[in-house]
Design a protein around this ligand. Structure first.
Ligand code: NAP
Ligand code: F7E
Length: 385
């Protein structure tokens, strides 16, 4: 009988960890996820996967671990003997990395070394493949447009610099010790499970709350930053495909289309029949509701709307959200991934925006949301697939 493959996912409680665990379980893998100890529950994105796989032959396991703790990682990798390791754990917030640069370097940079070194130390380099979650933040102040696997890196944050170390140490262990270790250089990818402090989710949550009458305005930073946004569900497939290749390699994963933050806001409101107009500039800029299609809005949210009217100022700029050094524009060229991996995204930006806004409306309408203070509840994958 063919043995089930064993995958180890660090960062399983995060956005990508949840989608990847779901994908691999559906492919028949035994999945081990590493989670951090936390004073509150941090498994909201994956509890249903755990419960679903519990009564049958158990296929999904958690262990406590931290990327800053090598002995713990070595012990677990020795015990689990994974065929594939997906290293997704990271302090992944670019702005926060300016406040916690040393921790970010430790977890995101040296943490990757700890995984690679564990595999080398245990002598399992011929049986364990490694995926490293690299990022378009490596390109930072971009040296060419669009960015490919050959574009020189110029990171612009402690996060980007930590990930630069992780990228190169992965390449070095591949070349020095023959590890099957690959980098996926993923451009921004979002979903209903995206962390609430990343700009897309901050916007879609606020759009849902404003439409439902729970929130009056949204404060943001740089509205002109441009990102190449895809759907996390498409992007985790590329991680799996990268580890199915005979040879390890590095791949850019992107949609090839870039959009400004202000246009993402426009799309999110447009889905509900609301049009936004901007006036002023810099920190004085505001976005106001210029037109409202009440019949569309009321049909989608399922209630009468008396609290919104054209002219209301809802988008405001707060310099708190500016970064000391910004990444102005990202747009990737995923030709290599298309040609070698056969990877192609199913979602375009409009589909992504619709998925996120619709999910947040559903979530904000739940009574529990308000009862719990409005920030704890996560949608679960089975609700949004
Ligand atoms: P995410 O939602 O922030 O998830 C990060 C995961 O890492 C969470 O499970 C988190 O645990 C865990 N973690 C953080 N610090 C840790 C530590 N010291 N030890 C162990 N676990 C730790 O991030 P994501 O969006 O899923 O991204 C997954 C990976 O891809 C990250 O490495 C990120 O940097 C990278 N990436 C993301 C994007 C993107 O657009 N999403 C693009 C390129 C690359 P808690 O749940 O307890 O916080
Ligand atoms: O910012 C601007 C902000 O925090 C996007 C991570 O997953 O993708 C992510 O990093 C842009 C930036 O993502 C707000 O200045 C404006 O230009 O959603 P973000 P990010 O920094 O691109 C990469 C690929 C990763 O690897 C990271 O792990 O939006 N922006 N106003 C804002 N951003 C936030 N967060 N909040 C605002 O209010």
């Amino acid at each position: 009988m063919k043995k089930n493959k064993i995958a180890l996912i660090t960062g399983v409680t995060g956005q990508d960890g949840a989608y990847l665990a779901d994908l691999l379980l559906k492919k028949g893998y035994i999945v081990h996820g590493l989670k951090r100890r936390s004073s509150i529950f941090n498994t909201g994105r994956i509890d249903h996967l755990f419960n679903k796989n519990r009564d049958q032959e158990t296929k999904f396991f958690y262990s406590y671990a931290d990327l800053t703790d090598s002995s713990n990682l070595i012990r677990l990798i020795k015990k689990i003997e994974p065929d594939e390791i997906y290293n997704l754990a990271a302090m992944s917030h670019v702005k926060v990395s300016f406040d916690t640069p040393e921790y970010t370097a430790n977890a995101d940079g040296i943490g990757t070394l700890r995984i690679l070194e564990a595999v080398r130390l245990l002598g399992i380099e011929n049986q364990t493949k490694i995926y490293q979650a690299s990022t378009s933040e490596l390109f930072g102040k971009v040296q060419e447009i669009p960015q490919t696997e050959k574009t020189p890196f110029y990171p612009r944050s402690p996060y980007g610099v930590a990930k630069l170390y992780a990228y190169w140490i992965t390449v070095n262990y591949r070349e020095a010790y023959g590890l099957h270790a690959s980098n996926g250089i993923l451009f921004n990818h979002e979903s209903p499970l995206r962390g609430e402090t990343f700009v897309t989710r901050k916007i879609t949550r606020a759009v849902a709350n404003i439409a439902l009458g729970f929130q009056q305005s949204l404060f943001l930073g740089n509205l002109d930053a441009k990102r190449d946004w895809g759907h996390a569900k498409d992007y985790v497939k590329s991680m799996y495909l990268i580890l199915q290749q005979d040879e390890p390699d590095d791949y850019v994963i992107a949609t090839g289309i870039t959009t400004a933050v202000r246009d993402f806001i426009q799309k999110a409101f447009n889905y509900l029949g609301i049009n936004i107009e901007y006036k002023g500039s810099g920190t004085e800029e505001v976005g106001l509701m210029s037109e409202i299609d009440f019949s569309r809005l009321e049909e989608i949210i399922g209630k009468k709307v008396k609290y919104l009217k054209p002219g209301m100022e809802i988008i405001k700029v707060d310099p708190f959200y500016y970064r000391p050094t910004e990444v102005d524009l990202l747009v990737g060229d995923a030709t290599k991934a298309r040609e070698v991996l056969g990877w192609k995204p199913k979602y375009n930006l409009d589909m992504l925006v619709e998925d996120m806004v619709a999910s947040d409306i559903k979530l904000m309408k739940k009574d529990e949301y308000l009862k719990q203070g409005g920030f704890r509840i996560q949608p679960q994958i089975e609700d949004i697939l």
